[in-house]
Design a protein around this ligand. Structure first.
Ligand code: URA
Length: 468
């Protein structure tokens, strides 16, 4: 029986090399055993191990880039079956490459779900790790955090923390491994236990102060804020210690706090969005980041009940770093005002966060994002939706609809009725404002504009009905 040995739980290169050799030798998935580390364990004791035939150096081997990217993320999932599942999918894709676009295929979907869960875990680690300060023997401070990831994401996340906390010396302890940064080099150590991490310290004060200033007593009364914080992380958050005090003092501070809450609605959802925005600023998931000026992230209240998805930033948005500020944005604002939608209460974002264009002389001409770019960027909009939790999400145009629904749809067929989304909320599809700008005949433009305003009025009514 071929035994494919991987060095670590997140050994994507090892999996890739083994999978390539196995596939070139036509070894069926059910004949392969995947093993992490040297310890063969009881399950395989007595099994005769066959070497994997090395792949010929010049063997042609190609597989969809989308699958490779998906596999690189899904391999970090905690499910021990993932190596076999990915290999099975690889064999199926070699026989039928078009399968990669089949969103209904159960194995493809399982892998997508795994990748999604891993990305969520990566983001949670970034948003919720809290450092406590220790003084080392040489008198210098070291910041130490304890974190319990769900998946094998610690190594994949180490670079983020090194970039974000470059000037600090820090260690993150987890039940799988520890990572350390000395201001220059990342190193790795063995697994830790929670008791290894220190309790309470000054750096928490920074978080506590921030947290208290964004704390919204109205939310506390309904319990919403506590529900929003994943329970799993809640127990490790230093700000938990603040909650009883906040409850006791909430009445007295109410009017002052309500002002603060207005300034930062959404409490910890706002913190999570801020962390996400910061992460997105460095996004290189597809090549569009290179020619663009900057990532244009979503904008609006972290607890908005209505969320709009556009296509991608245009020339002016790319320069301003804000969505929908150019001609399409102005038309959109006018239509929202006519429909009675308060833009300040809506969260507005895009399916693709970088401006895609073709240079023509001094001008930059908008170019439509392709399926791969929409897919690569879906991670951000999904995270935004997950944090904001809108009752209604509106896709403006075909690109946004593809991103929201995970498949290509025809606007005329999907427009006008609610679509049940996987998270239990409601989706709507309508045209993109720039479609209206492009209609040459005045009469038709006015007609389509009126239909668009009517769509907006309708979704705003739905927001009222669902939130009231
Ligand atoms: N068009 C979009 O889809 N989004 C913007 O932000 C601007 C124009």
């Amino acid at each position: 029986m071929p035994l494919a040995r991987l060095q670590t739980q997140d050994d994507f290169d090892g999996w890739r090399a083994a999978a390539r050799s196995l596939a070139l030798a036509n070894i069926p998935a059910e004949q392969v055993s995947w093993q992490v580390g040297d310890d063969v364990g009881d399950l395989f004791a007595g099994v005769t191990e066959t070497a994997i035939p090395p792949a010929p150096a010049d063997a042609a081997f190609s597989v969809s880039r989308i699958f490779v990217d998906l596999a690189e993320t899904a391999i970090l999932h905690a499910d021990p079956e993932r190596f076999a599942l990915l290999y099975t999918m690889l064999l199926r894709l070699r026989a039928q490459p078009g399968l990669i676009d089949d969103q209904a295929d159960p194995q493809r979907r399982r892998i997508e779900e795994m990748a999604k869960s891993v990305r969520r875990d990566i983001h949670k680690m970034r948003a919720f790790v809290r450092f406590r300060e220790l003084v080392e023997d040489d008198g210098t401070p070291r910041f130490v955090a304890w974190f319990e990831p769900e998946h094998h994401i610690v190594r994949a996340n180490a670079g983020f923390f090194a970039r974000r906390f470059t000037t600090m010396r820090w260690s993150i302890l987890t039940p799988e491994a520890t990572i350390h940064w000395d201001g220059d080099t990342l190193t790795e150590g063995p697994a830790a236990i929670k008791a290894d991490a220190p309790d309470g310290d000054p750096i928490e004060e920074v978080w506590k102060t921030y947290y208290a200033s964004t704390f919204n007593p109205a939310r506390l009364k309904t319990g919403t804020m506590i529900k929003e914080m994943p329970k799993k992380y809640w127990k490790n958050m230093p700000e938990t210690a603040l909650v009883p005090g906040l409850i006791a003092g909430a009445q007295n501070r109410e009017s002052r706090m309500i002002d603060t809450a207005r300034a930062a609605p959404g409490g910890n959802a706002q913190m999570a969005l801020d962390a996400l925005r910061e992460e997105a600023a460095g996004c290189k998931r597809c090549p569009l980041w290179k020619p663009a000026t900057q990532t244009v992230f979503g904008e609006g209240p972290a607890d908005a009940k209505l969320l709009f998805i556009g296509e991608q930033p245009g020339d002016q948005e790319d320069l301003a770093g804000r969505p929908f500020v150019g001609p399409a944005g102005q038309l959109f604002d006018r239509a929202m005002a006519e429909a009675g939608v308060d833009r300040a209460q809506a969260y507005v974002s895009n399916a693709v966060k970088h401006f895609k264009f073709e240079p023509r002389g001094k001008r930059r001409i908008h170019s439509k994002p392709n399926g791969g770019e929409i897919e690569a960027c879906r991670w951000w909009i999904e995270q935004e939706r997950e944090i904001v939790k809108p009752a209604v999400t509106v896709a403006l145009g075909a690109t946004a609809a593809q991103s929201l629904l995970g498949k290509v749809v025809t606007i005329s067929r999907t427009r006008g009725s609610p679509i049940a989304l996987a998270d239990g909320s409601e989706g709507w599809v309508t045209v993109h404002p720039s479609f209206l700008l492009r209609i040459p005949e005045e009469d038709r433009r006015a007609e389509e504009y009126a239909r668009f305003v009517e769509d907006l009025r309708r979704v705003w009514d739905r927001v009222g009905a669902l939130s009231g």
